[in-house]
Write a protein of this length. Structure first.
Length: 534
């Protein structure tokens, strides 16, 4: 039964295509045929009028009537003109008494004009008319002839046989008929091929099977925990799964066919739709909840047809983000600490191997004093163990690079910040210190090599500042500092400041950058909005 239905559908498509092609041919060819015939007739009439007007102003014609003598040399020229002009059959030159001075039939010269339609031209008009002439029914153009004194001397009549016009009409009709039959034949062939390939274009599925696949795919989207929203090129929502409607607190009817800007203005999807550049793992706050958002352009070939939005709101995704963005900084910090510790052990081992016990004892005491001056104040001020470990690692790194590191005495960070998560603190502090270290390393002179850090949190705000005496940032580079992927250090860089900007945008923080080339850079971050529940 399904197979019979499929054949019936194919037949209907074929017949429908043929009827559509036939209807389009009747309409388009009918209109264009009428237009083409009318245009041909207008062209013939304009040529007749133009020929008559040109002859009426020709000195030879005027002289002929003024002298009342036939100019045989000019008559030969007119005969040649008629012979080579397809749409010109008759030219008559007559005086005010309608006596002919030229006619292609030389026996008619001296006789009087026939047709009875010359009355208006004798009154000085130029016009078109139909009349029966000596050689048949004609389409005629009349134009008066004036002498050098301005007095009318006679008229010129240029005409073509109506039978010739009818022949042109039928020639146009035959051409259009041939085009119509050829187009209809092509339409039938295309329709046949189209119907033969409909099933192939549907991947070999019947319509009912496609409906089942569509429903199964819709069910699959709806069981996902991630919210998925699809929009077209104008930003209109065309699809949203159950997770997306749950995140937004709306029903599918409230979402579909609405513009994404009206539903989620905080997504800022215009750039993705316009530029076609994907954006991954951007933080967005919806109903006081933070989500990781992927914004992906959707294209067909080279043409953009919309975008897809994926919203993730799960605790393991947040933990994974912390591992991806924060663990790198912590691992680097621990590596630096380990490296410094191993270097010191090697020094102590060297003293012991050479029996320099006093030197080893003094070296160990110096290390203890240095650690006491460094670690204890840091742990007293920075109560968050992750951030403390991060800073210690950076201090070890600066020692290896012969860079002086100073934490200002007013610094203080509680174990749990009221303004930023530990992950965001690691992202911001770690990237700022890495940039400062690279900037100081970039100096090729013997100038001051120093980095100053301050982290201070109170009831008013959280302040993070990093100053360095590095190579500085040019004004041009400062304008592009927060663009993801932009870096003066080569490809594959330029993510740190972008991550900092994303973290600050999520908590409405401010960042100020002051820099001077070959002098250094100062970056101050201020966050005044506390986290929800703090």
């Amino acid at each position: 039964m399904l197979k019979l239905n499929s054949i019936s559908l194919m037949t209907k498509v074929t017949v429908g295509n043929i009827l559509l092609v036939s209807l389009v041919l009747l309409l388009t060819l009918g209109i264009t045929l009428q237009y083409s015939i009318s245009r041909t007739e207008r062209r013939i009439e304009e040529n007749l009028l133009s020929s008559a007007m040109t002859l009426s102003e020709t000195p030879a014609v005027i002289g002929m009537l003024e002298r009342r003598q036939v100019d045989h040399e000019f008559s030969d020229l007119l005969d040649y003109m008629i012979s080579v002009t397809k749409e010109l059959d008759v030219i008559t030159i007559a005086d005010m008494d309608s006596k002919r001075y030229f006619h292609p039939n030389k026996t008619q010269i001296g006789n009087y004009f026939v047709g009875g339609d010359e009355g208006r031209v004798l009154q000085g008009e130029h016009y078109l008319s139909y009349a029966e002439g000596t050689i048949g029914y004609q389409r005629r153009a009349f134009c008066p002839i004036y002498g050098t004194d301005g007095k009318q001397l006679g008229f010129v009549m240029a005409s073509t046989l109506v039978s010739n016009i009818d022949s042109m009409r039928w020639e146009i009709i035959r051409i259009y008929a041939a085009v119509a039959f050829f187009t209809l034949f092509i339409g039938i062939m295309v329709s046949s091929v189209l119907t033969q390939n409909i099933k192939l274009s549907l991947l070999g599925y019947e319509p009912s099977k496609l409906a089942q696949i569509f429903l199964a795919r819709e069910d699959l989207l709806n069981v996902l925990n991630d919210g998925i929203i699809s929009v077209n090129s104008t930003g209109e929502i065309v699809l949203a799964n159950y997770a997306a409607t749950s995140i937004l607190g709306l029903t599918p009817d409230d979402i579909v066919s609405k513009n994404i800007t009206d539903i989620l203005p905080e997504l800022k999807l215009e750039a993705v739709l316009k530029d076609g550049e994907p954006q991954h793992n951007r933080e967005v706050i919806i109903s006081n909840n933070t989500y990781l958002c992927d914004k992906l352009p959707v294209s067909r070939g080279k043409r953009s047809i919309g975008a897809a939005v994926i919203l993730k709101d799960k605790s393991d995704a947040t933990r994974l983000a912390e591992q991806l963005t924060g663990s790198r900084q912590i691992i680097n910090a621990l590596r630096a600490n380990t490296h410094e510790f191993m270097n010191r052990l090697h020094v102590i081992m060297g003293f012991l191997h050479t029996n320099q016990t006093d030197e080893a004892r003094n070296y160990i005491q110096n290390i203890c004093m240095l650690q006491t001056r460094t670690i204890k104040p840091l742990l007293d001020r920075i109560l968050n163990p992750t951030i403390a470990a991060l800073i210690l690692g950076k201090i070890s790194r600066t020692r290896e690079l012969d860079i002086e590191f100073d934490m200002l005495s007013g610094s203080f960070l509680p174990r749990h910040s009221s303004y930023l998560s530990t992950q965001s603190l690691v992202t911001i502090t770690g990237n700022l210190l890495d940039n400062a270290i690279e900037a100081v390393q970039g100096r090729d002179d013997s100038g001051l090599r120093m980095i100053t850090l301050q982290i201070r949190e109170n009831e008013t705000c959280l302040l993070i500042s990093v100053d360095d005496t590095g190579i500085g940032i040019s004004p041009q580079a400062q304008e592009q500092l927060f663009i993801r992927g932009y870096s003066t250090k080569g490809s594959g860089r330029g993510l740190g400041m972008g991550l900092i900007k994303d973290a600050l945008d999520a908590c409405h923080g401010d960042i100020e950058v002051e820099s001077e080339l070959d002098m250094g850079t100062s970056i101050v971050i201020t966050i005044k909005d506390k986290r929800p529940g703090m």
